[in-house]
Design a protein around this ligand. Structure first.
Ligand SMILES: [Zn+2]
Ligand SMILES: [Zn+2]
Length: 109
């Protein structure tokens, strides 16, 4: 898979050979412009329906009230983070809030 070319999993528009590991052992294609976006946005990619979600980092950080979590996010501010999630709001609107919260706590940088 490492030499192959595929459609960017985030914008689903551009073919690229760049891979990013979004979860242990799971590689997705990410094009240059989406990687560029990952500098200012946290990107979550739904593993179940393939939808990508972008959230401006500043907004996410401002919304976090927990001090430890905020600090963890601020450490990530300059990194390009694309994270795979098992399900998203379109797949499972009821579970997503809990899940996103769990993801945030489990997030490593
Ligand atoms: Zn892209
Ligand atoms: Zn989904």
């Amino acid at each position: 898979m490492n030499d192959s070319i595929g459609k960017c999993n985030i914008c689903k528009d551009v073919y690229t050979s760049t891979h990013v590991e979004v979860a242990p052992g799971i590689l997705v294609y990410v094009c240059g412009s989406c990687l560029e976006k990952a500098k200012d946005n946290f990107i979550w990619l739904c593993m179940s329906c393939g939808k990508a979600y972008l959230r401006p980092k500043k907004l996410v950080i401002n919304r976090v009230k927990d001090y430890e979590l905020k600090r963890a996010y601020m450490l990530c501010e300059d990194m390009q983070i694309i994270q795979g999630i098992d399900m998203c709001i379109s797949c499972n609107p009821e579970k997503i809030l809990d899940y996103m919260e769990a993801q945030q706590t489990a997030m490593e940088c």
